[in-house]
Write a protein that binds this ligand. Structure first.
Ligand SMILES: N[C@@H](CCC(=O)N[C@@H](CS)C(=O)NCC(=O)O)C(=O)O
Length: 312
C-alpha cells in the first residue's frame, strides 16, 4: 500500500511546501481537507493528539511535520531529489532560518493585516496553541507594526541570496530550502493579494517564485476523512526499519512521549518502535484505526520516557 494521503487545508503554508514537493516529484495523492482550527476529530485518531498541519498518511503509517514528510517522500521517491548530497546540509540550515526567523514575522504581519479574510476564531485558536491569551485587535495592530520592518529587511536578504543570478536558493540545484523560503513568502498571498505590493518590487524573488510555482501540486484526488480512517483501519503499519540508537535513547519497546518543542505541544504517547538520526516512530492503538505508527522528526521534538504508563 503506497497511496499517499495528505491531510491539509488550502491556506496552510506548510501544506504548500508538501504540495510542491509532491508536484516536483510528479506524484499522485489523495487530498483530505482538515479543519484549520482544533478540534480535529478525524485527524486525532490517526496522530494520537498531534494537531499541526499537514500530516501525511501512508496506510497505517502517519508522518508528522513537514521536515520528516519531505524526507519520507524522498526515501520512497528519490528522483528528482530534494536533497542533493553536496547541498543538503546547507539547505537544512536555510530551511531552519526560513521557517523560524523569516516566517514568524511574516505570519504576524500577514495575519494582522488580513483579519477580515481569515476564518472566524483562527487567531484565538493559534493563541491557545501557543499557550497565550487571545489577542485584541489593538494588540494585533501593534504586532503588524513591529513585524512589518522585520519582514521587509528579510525580503532584501532573500533578493540578495539570488543576486548572483543563481537559479535556486542554494545554487544550481533545487533543494528543500527553495520550498521552505517559498512557502514562507507564499503566505503573503495565501488568502488575499492585499500585501502583494510588498513582494512586487523584488525582481529576482518574483522570477524564482515563478520557477518554484511551476512544479505544481502533482495529481491530487479528493478523499474523505472517513475513507482515510478506513484505510488506516484496513492496513497494518509497515515493519519498522532497523533502528540506529544513541546510547542515551530510551530502549525500543519503551512507552514514550513525543511533543513539539515550540508550539502545538499536544503530547503523543506510544511504544517506541523506531529511531534513527532523523526520525522517531511510536506505535499506538486507537479504537477507530487499530494499530498505527506515528512518525516524527527528531529535531524540533522532545522525546521522553512516559513514566507510569503500562500500555496504550
Ligand atoms: N514544524 C511544523 C509546523 C507546521 C505548522 O505550524 N503548521 C501550521 C499550519 S501552516 C499549523 O499547524 N497551524 C495550526 C493548525 O493547523 O492546527 C511542520 O513543518 O510541519
Amino acid at each position: 500500500m503506497t497511496d499517499l494521503i495528505l491531510h491539509h487545508y488550502d491556506f496552510s503554508n506548510y501544506s504548500e511546501k508538501v504540495r510542491l514537493a509532491l508536484g516536483y516529484k510528479d506524484l499522485s495523492w489523495r487530498s483530505v481537507i482538515i479543519p484549520p482550527i482544533a478540534p480535529k476529530p478525524d485527524l486525532t485518531p490517526l496522530t494520537g493528539g498531534y494537531r499541526r498541519t499537514p500530516v501525511l498518511q501512508i496506510g497505517a503509517d502517519i508522518y508528522c511535520d513537514t521536515s520528516l514528510i519531505v524526507r519520507e517522500l524522498e526515501r520512497r521517491y528519490p528522483t528528482p531529489t530534494l536533497f542533493p548530497a553536496d547541498l543538503a546540509a546547507i539547505a537544512d540550515a536555510i530551511t531552519y532560518w526560513a521557517e523560524n526567523r523569516l516566517f514568524r514575522p511574516i505570519s504576524l504581519y500577514v495575519s494582522g493585516s488580513n483579519l477580515e479574510h481569515l476564518p472566524e476564531g483562527l487567531q484565538a485558536d493559534r493563541s491557545i496553541m501557543r499557550g497565550l491569551p487571545p489577542p485584541s485587535a489593538a494588540a494585533m495592530g501593534r504586532a503588524v507594526e513591529r513585524n512589518a520592518p522585520l519582514v521587509r529587511l528579510q525580503l532584501r536578504k532573500v533578493e540578495a541570496m539570488l543576486a548572483d543570478g543563481r537559479t535556486w536558493i542554494v545554487g544550481e540545484a533545487l533543494t528543500v530550502a527553495d520550498l521552505a523560503v517559498y512557502h514562507a513568502l507564499w503566505f503573503f498571498t495565501a488568502r488575499t493579494e492585499l500585501l502583494l505590493p510588498e513582494i512586487a518590487p523584488f525582481e529576482r524573488i518574483n522570477a524564482w517564485m515563478a520557477r518554484v510555482r511551476a512544479f505544481g501540486h502533482g495529481n491530487p484526488t479528493p478523499f474523505s476523512p472517513a475513507d482515510a480512517l478506513r484505510v488506516a483501519a484496513d492496513t497494518a503499519p509497515e515493519t519498522p526499519r532497523p533502528s540506529q540508537r544513541f546510547h542515551e535513547d530510551p530502549p525500543l519497546g519503551a512507552m514514550v512521549r513525543m511533543r513539539a518543542d515550540d508550539y502545538g505541544q499536544d503530547p503523543v504517547i506510544g511504544e517506541l518502535v523506531f529511531l534513527d538520526t532523523d526520525e522517531v516512530a511510536l506505535s499506538r492503538n486507537d479504537p477507530q484505526t487499530g494499530a498505527v505508527v506515528v512518525h516524527f522528526p527528531r529535531l524540533g521534538y522532545d522525546l521522553r520516557p512516559q513514566r507510569g504508563a503500562a500500555s496504550i
